[in-house]
Design a protein around this ligand. Sequence first.
Ligand SMILES: [Zn+2]
Length: 375
Amino acid sequence: MNPYDFARIDWARPPERRRPIWHHRLTAQDGHRLYSGHLEVDLYAETPLFIANPRTVSPDPKKPAQFMQNNHNEYIIPGSSLKGLLRCVVETLGNGCLTLFDSQYERGRINYSREVPKDFQHCSENTQLCMACRIFGMLKERTGGVFLGKVNISDATAYPDKIYKYDPIYTKPLMEPKPHHASFYLDESRQHIAGRKYYFHHPNTYEPLTERGLIFMGGRPANRYIEPLDTDTQFRFRLDFTNLEADEFAAVLLAITLEEGMRHKIGYGKPLGLGSVYLYPTRLTLVDYASRYTQVGNGHGTKVLEKESGLWQLIQEHIDSFYAKHLVTIAMEDLRCIWRWPPQPDVDYYYPSKRDWFDTEESRGKRIADTKHVP
Ligand SMILES: [Zn+2]
């Protein structure tokens, strides 16, 4: 079966855009509550996980590449990766614009921009922003200005006593997806793009897809020699937020917690079975700046919630309200299947092995579900 599928976009419902609340405000204009504070989150590896170190420019292919570390030699997942992951989920479930969609594949040979209606394309005015751009920012430096966003995410650092190393592996070559195979990228009506791409989880009883050594194509290695961290390695990170409106706060909580039977995927080698992670919020600190500045004394307006003091009740209330008002239902139906945990047993995920399978007469028009039985 193909290693990824798409979470559909509800084309009947363009992103709801509005003027973002900027940092200096204390309450929303209509008197509604704004949310500021920070959330602490634990992150557990459910499968082996590998974050490549971008500073290692040309690694010695005979030595396994190491998991990314910071200056204190702590293993880290960069905050920017976590932000990208959460942003993508908010765009998917909260009806955001298509910021990550690149309509030009293969150096412009294929251009799907006409399959993305104008209302769904990148936000371009900082006074008219979709939910994802209001939360995470809009950095397109165009005439429409910038918006820095209201969320800041730290690097996730590994707990020193929760680090487990996986034996070095030679990965399978990561084949480039083939966008010119239109049925994978356009929906059934062929009017629109199919949605946002997500990779399936592999059962954690499976080994990641590997080779016995380096595979050379055109004189260069097509795969990598890496040393991932193993299942059960545990990290923590902190997400700071300022002046989130209620729907934005709920979207962030949902993007982190998803549903019980779902997990996120991050890092290198997603099609090979690496990178399934579980995000678990441990503590929420809410700071009510409005009451802080109107009352005298310290400690006013700060509330700390943990599991024992109602953290999950609060999260659930916000998420329930988000489901009732904002959730893109078809996108959640799809993501629930793709990111289900534990994954469906007895399904092997790989790109169809016959290289020319995509281009054969009988394969034309086949959808991803049909690839289940390709030899
Ligand atoms: Zn946007």
